[in-house]
Design a protein around this ligand. Structure first.
Ligand SMILES: [Zn+2]
Length: 151
Protein backbone atom coordinates (compact mmCIF):
# COMPACT_ATOMS: atom_id res chain seq x y z
CA UNK A 1 0.00 0.00 0.00
CA UNK A 2 0.99 3.60 -0.50
CA UNK A 3 2.27 5.55 2.50
CA UNK A 4 -0.73 7.87 2.46
CA UNK A 5 -3.09 4.89 2.77
CA UNK A 6 -1.06 3.56 5.70
CA UNK A 7 -1.21 7.00 7.32
CA UNK A 8 -4.96 7.38 6.72
CA UNK A 9 -5.51 3.93 8.28
CA UNK A 10 -3.26 4.84 11.22
CA UNK A 11 -5.27 8.05 11.71
CA UNK A 12 -8.46 5.95 11.80
CA UNK A 13 -6.91 3.65 14.43
CA UNK A 14 -5.87 6.65 16.57
CA UNK A 15 -9.32 8.26 16.31
CA UNK A 16 -10.99 5.01 17.40
CA UNK A 17 -8.56 4.72 20.35
CA UNK A 18 -9.23 8.34 21.35
CA UNK A 19 -12.99 7.65 21.25
CA UNK A 20 -12.80 4.77 23.72
CA UNK A 21 -9.75 5.46 25.88
CA UNK A 22 -8.53 8.57 27.62
CA UNK A 23 -4.97 9.10 26.42
CA UNK A 24 -3.04 11.76 28.35
CA UNK A 25 -0.80 13.06 25.57
CA UNK A 26 -2.67 12.49 22.35
CA UNK A 27 -0.13 14.26 20.13
CA UNK A 28 2.80 12.05 21.19
CA UNK A 29 0.60 8.93 21.10
CA UNK A 30 -0.57 9.77 17.57
CA UNK A 31 2.95 10.72 16.46
CA UNK A 32 4.36 7.36 17.58
CA UNK A 33 1.41 5.48 16.05
CA UNK A 34 1.73 7.28 12.68
CA UNK A 35 5.53 6.84 12.63
CA UNK A 36 5.19 3.11 13.42
CA UNK A 37 2.64 2.76 10.62
CA UNK A 38 5.38 3.72 8.13
CA UNK A 39 8.38 1.86 9.63
CA UNK A 40 7.86 -1.52 7.87
CA UNK A 41 8.45 0.10 4.47
CA UNK A 42 12.04 0.96 5.42
CA UNK A 43 12.78 -2.19 3.40
CA UNK A 44 11.63 -0.52 0.14
CA UNK A 45 14.19 1.87 -1.41
CA UNK A 46 11.52 4.06 -3.03
CA UNK A 47 9.14 4.20 -0.06
CA UNK A 48 8.32 7.60 1.48
CA UNK A 49 10.05 6.76 4.78
CA UNK A 50 13.18 5.42 3.01
CA UNK A 51 13.48 8.66 1.05
CA UNK A 52 13.24 10.61 4.32
CA UNK A 53 15.83 8.43 6.10
CA UNK A 54 18.23 7.63 3.22
CA UNK A 55 21.33 6.37 5.09
CA UNK A 56 19.34 4.63 7.82
CA UNK A 57 17.08 2.81 5.36
CA UNK A 58 20.07 1.90 3.17
CA UNK A 59 21.71 0.21 6.17
CA UNK A 60 18.41 -1.51 6.97
CA UNK A 61 18.11 -2.86 3.44
CA UNK A 62 21.56 -4.46 3.69
CA UNK A 63 20.06 -6.82 6.27
CA UNK A 64 16.36 -7.01 5.44
CA UNK A 65 14.71 -7.80 2.12
CA UNK A 66 11.35 -6.30 1.09
CA UNK A 67 8.35 -7.77 2.88
CA UNK A 68 10.64 -9.97 4.93
CA UNK A 69 11.20 -9.63 8.68
CA UNK A 70 10.14 -5.95 8.74
CA UNK A 71 6.75 -7.04 7.43
CA UNK A 72 6.35 -9.64 10.17
CA UNK A 73 4.84 -9.15 13.63
CA UNK A 74 8.17 -9.63 15.48
CA UNK A 75 9.62 -6.08 15.22
CA UNK A 76 6.29 -4.68 16.49
CA UNK A 77 6.38 -6.89 19.57
CA UNK A 78 10.14 -6.42 20.18
CA UNK A 79 9.70 -2.61 20.27
CA UNK A 80 6.51 -3.06 22.32
CA UNK A 81 8.39 -5.04 24.98
CA UNK A 82 11.39 -2.68 24.91
CA UNK A 83 9.19 0.39 25.46
CA UNK A 84 7.15 -1.44 28.11
CA UNK A 85 10.32 -2.43 29.97
CA UNK A 86 11.30 1.25 30.34
CA UNK A 87 7.81 2.12 31.62
CA UNK A 88 6.49 3.58 28.39
CA UNK A 89 3.45 1.33 28.13
CA UNK A 90 1.22 3.89 26.38
CA UNK A 91 3.86 4.58 23.73
CA UNK A 92 4.46 0.84 23.45
CA UNK A 93 0.77 0.36 22.63
CA UNK A 94 0.90 3.26 20.14
CA UNK A 95 3.89 1.68 18.37
CA UNK A 96 2.31 -1.77 18.35
CA UNK A 97 -1.00 -0.47 16.94
CA UNK A 98 0.71 1.62 14.26
CA UNK A 99 2.96 -1.22 13.16
CA UNK A 100 0.15 -3.77 13.11
CA UNK A 101 -2.07 -1.33 11.16
CA UNK A 102 0.59 -1.33 8.43
CA UNK A 103 0.76 -5.13 8.36
CA UNK A 104 -3.03 -5.41 8.35
CA UNK A 105 -3.43 -3.09 5.37
CA UNK A 106 -0.54 -4.75 3.47
CA UNK A 107 -2.28 -8.08 4.08
CA UNK A 108 -5.14 -6.77 1.92
CA UNK A 109 -2.80 -6.47 -1.07
CA UNK A 110 -2.31 -9.10 -3.76
CA UNK A 111 1.35 -9.46 -2.78
CA UNK A 112 0.38 -9.93 0.87
CA UNK A 113 2.63 -10.35 3.89
CA UNK A 114 4.21 -13.20 5.79
CA UNK A 115 3.29 -12.16 9.32
CA UNK A 116 5.36 -14.89 10.97
CA UNK A 117 8.35 -14.92 8.60
CA UNK A 118 10.81 -16.68 8.85
CA UNK A 119 9.19 -19.19 11.27
CA UNK A 120 6.11 -19.79 9.13
CA UNK A 121 5.85 -19.35 5.36
CA UNK A 122 2.09 -18.73 5.52
CA UNK A 123 1.19 -15.63 3.49
CA UNK A 124 -1.75 -13.34 4.25
CA UNK A 125 -2.95 -11.70 1.05
CA UNK A 126 -5.99 -9.98 -0.40
CA UNK A 127 -7.20 -8.54 -3.67
CA UNK A 128 -5.97 -4.94 -3.53
CA UNK A 129 -3.30 -3.84 -6.02
CA UNK A 130 -0.91 -1.28 -4.51
CA UNK A 131 -1.69 2.10 -6.07
CA UNK A 132 -4.63 0.62 -8.01
CA UNK A 133 -8.28 1.68 -8.12
CA UNK A 134 -9.29 -0.43 -5.10
CA UNK A 135 -6.58 1.11 -2.95
CA UNK A 136 -7.63 4.60 -4.05
CA UNK A 137 -11.24 3.80 -3.12
CA UNK A 138 -10.07 2.35 0.21
CA UNK A 139 -8.05 5.53 0.82
CA UNK A 140 -11.10 7.73 0.07
CA UNK A 141 -13.21 5.59 2.41
CA UNK A 142 -10.62 6.04 5.16
CA UNK A 143 -10.58 9.81 4.65
CA UNK A 144 -14.39 9.92 4.87
CA UNK A 145 -14.41 7.76 8.02
CA UNK A 146 -11.72 9.94 9.59
CA UNK A 147 -13.71 13.11 8.85
CA UNK A 148 -16.86 11.52 10.29
CA UNK A 149 -15.00 10.60 13.48
CA UNK A 150 -13.47 14.07 13.83
CA UNK A 151 -16.70 16.10 13.35
ZN1 LIG B 1 4.49 -2.35 3.59
Amino acid sequence: MMYKTHLAFAVLVSLIIFKFFSIENKIIFAGVLYFASLVPDLDIPKSWISKKTKVFSWIFRLFFRHRGILHSVYPAFIVFFLLSSVDQKVLAVAFLLGYLSHLFSDAMTIKGVRLFHPLLRMRFAGIVKTGGLMERLFFLGLILLNILLIV
